[in-house]
Ligand binder design. Sequence first.
Ligand code: SF4
Length: 244
Amino acid sequence: TENEGNGLMSIAFPRLHIVIAGIEKIIPSIEDLDLFWPLLATHGTGQQVTAYNSIISGSRFDGEPDGPGDMYVVLIDNGRTKLLAKEQQRNALSCIRCGACLNGCPIYRSIGGHAYGTPYSGPIGAVITPHMRGLEEWNHLSFASTLCGKCTEVCPVKIPLHNLLLQNRKDAVEEGYSTTSWKRGMMVSKRMFMSRYMMDIAGPVTKNFLIRQFAGKLWGERRELPKVAPKSFKQLYNEEFRED
Ligand code: SF4
């Protein structure tokens, strides 16, 4: 299914057609295309159906002018069976690659697909890549998310993407792929952010100083760090509503 005709053209000329596809691409029957074709087109490009849709049933028969002489289908597992065995995460394999979660994701829209460094980018890429290419090396993708949940909201097959990102983070920590300094930083942040008293100890000037010291480099030299407001929400609320 496509809009440019490139796929159609590229299967017409070669003498040998090799299809390489993940095992999750197999659908129960050809009748199910009735559902999948419009679902993919609507959520991928906003069309009711894409311009070119081809059903390729095999190599060319004797006397036919077009099509390859031989055709092979290579089905790739590459970690998919292991993912299927994980009850809480297996629904990531229902993805139809429509790209709606990519278009909805504020991170993807800011950094683009190449930044992910892997063929599957965006929220679904961040979910499945650690399963396919190894959690140790690729778990960072699951941390590059604000967990806003837009991806989950737009997914036509209802994959709970932001929950799966959290699950990957949990797996990464439990399998020991986080550094000691990261764990300490998280413990201190948790204690601070969960205590109103701790949050009120320092004023805005001190808070801005601390943020610059600890987060300035991470934020990047070319971006301006957001500043803590002169008065906290609690102070504004008390001034407005509290009767003493
Ligand atoms: S995860 Fe959902 S929204 Fe994202 S590409 Fe797959 S089917 Fe589309």
